[in-house]
Ligand binder design. Structure first.
Ligand code: PMP
Ligand code: GLN
Length: 375
């Protein structure tokens, strides 16, 4: 009998496969299609001849852990202990999986805010716990009345994702005040804060759990080098958590992967202090603006995009098909692959919205929008 009877193939795999089959322009799965930083390519070429090919310590290369602590201090003004509060993981996905497996007991509940990224549910189910899916408001801000109503003494975690995939929405000061109140009311509750797009934000500053003194002891943050440095295929990220919580997460990580690719860790160790992370937001802001400007020539209606490299658009003015059918037709008839937003909800939606990834070179964005103009 299946342990995960309702879990199917991820929509990102499905749409990328469909894009390949139909030689469509792939704006579905989130990954950049432009070359990575030349400096990182050179570092990798040089490093491969050095003695960097064996296991690193289980938690990560000590010098990289120290540099992550420094980056965290520079970005958020919080000094964490590199030896006891940071863990380098095989992408954010492994960090999220290890955290949930380590902290959530059988019979407990985890609040997830829909639309939500797809990797949260399986580890909750494998912990024999219950995902409680609470929908965001229709403008994609958190519905605090619904969140409060869904939280009780069995709730072990609330998973937040800011900046938010798929909507590109960011949390406000008000949202963090509400979260702090919630955590204060429920002593068993921890916050799993998925911040993989922390540096991909535009007009508005990103508020991290690391900015919030009241949340320090109760939060686990998740970061991804894949997103920040355009290297999604390297599958490397990190978790930051208070020592007592991190001890438990490390127990799972130890037997899930033990340690993460040594080449990737050594390369990032040589690269990380050459990067100005504030540039990442500026870089993607240009992409977002270009894509939005090109999309003006189509009949799709763009929703606001405050962060991430995703743009949500409504096709309500074009068709009343459901979004799964509509995205299939976009691939097969128009040659552009996107993601239907309803797949990020437990029970679907009728919002008639689709997600585009604009982490693409200018030609790709231009060609895609030319095809979309025919809609
Ligand atoms: N969380 C969110 C919100 C994501 O969009 C992604 C996808 N990249 C991940 C986690 C997983 O990141 P990684 O590729 O580093 O495992
Ligand atoms: N995070 C990527 C996205 O949202 C997908 C990563 C994956 O395919 N697992 O498109």
């Amino acid at each position: 009998m299946s342990k995960l009877p309702h879990i199917g193939t991820s929509i990102f795999t499905v749409m990328s496969q469909l894009a390949n089959e139909h030689q469509a322009i792939n704006l579905s799965q989130g990954f950049p299609n432009f070359p990575i930083d030349e400096r990182l390519i050179e570092i990798v070429a040089k490093l491969s001849k050095e003695n960097v090919h064996q296991y690193t310590p289980m938690s990560g290369l000590p010098s990289l852990l120290e540099k992550i602590a420094l980056l965290t201090q520079q970005s958020y003004g919080r000094m964490v202990n590199p030896a006891s509060e940071i863990l380098i993981t095989a992408g954010a996905t492994e960090g999220i999986f290890a955290t949930i497996q380590a902290l959530v007991q059988s019979g407990e509940e985890v609040v997830i805010l829909d639309p939500s990224y797809d990797c949260y549910e399986a580890p909750i189910l494998l912990s024999n716990a219950k995902p409680i899916r609470v929908s965001l408001h229709s403008d994609f801000t958190p519905n605090w009345d619904a969140i409060r109503a869904a939280t009780n003494k069995k709730t072990r975690l609330i998973i937040i994702n800011n900046p938010h995939n798929p909507t590109g929405k960011m949390w406000s000061e008000h949202d963090f005040l509400q979260l702090e109140n919630l955590v204060e009311t429920h002593p068993n509750l921890l916050v799993l804060s998925d911040e993989v797009y922390e540096y991909i934000r535009f007009e508005q500053p990103h508020i991290s759990v690391h900015h919030r003194r009241k949340l320090w002891d109760r939060s686990i943050s998740i970061s991804s080098f894949g997103k920040s440095f355009h290297i999604t295929g390297w599958k490397i990220g990190y978790v930051i958590a208070p020592e007592s919580i991190m001890k438990e997460i490390k127990k799972v990580h130890q037997f899930l992967v033990f340690s993460v690719s040594s080449m990737a860790q050594h390369a990032l160790n040589a690269y990380i202090d050459q990067v100005d992370v504030t540039e990442i937001g500026r870089f993607y802001q240009q992409k977002r603006d270009r894509f939005r400007q090109l999309m003006q020539a189509t009949k799709l209606e763009l929703l606001p995009c405050e962060g991430t490299y995703f743009q949500v658009a409504s096709y309500a003015g074009i068709s009343d098909e459901n979004d799964v059918d509509f995205t299939r037709r976009l691939v097969t008839e128009f040659g552009v692959a996107t993601i239907p937003i309803s797949t990020f909800y437990a029970n679907g939606t009728d919002y008639h919205c689709i997600r585009f990834c604009f982490a693409k070179d200018d030609d790709t964005l231009q060609n895609a929008t030319e095809r979309l103009m025919k809609l």
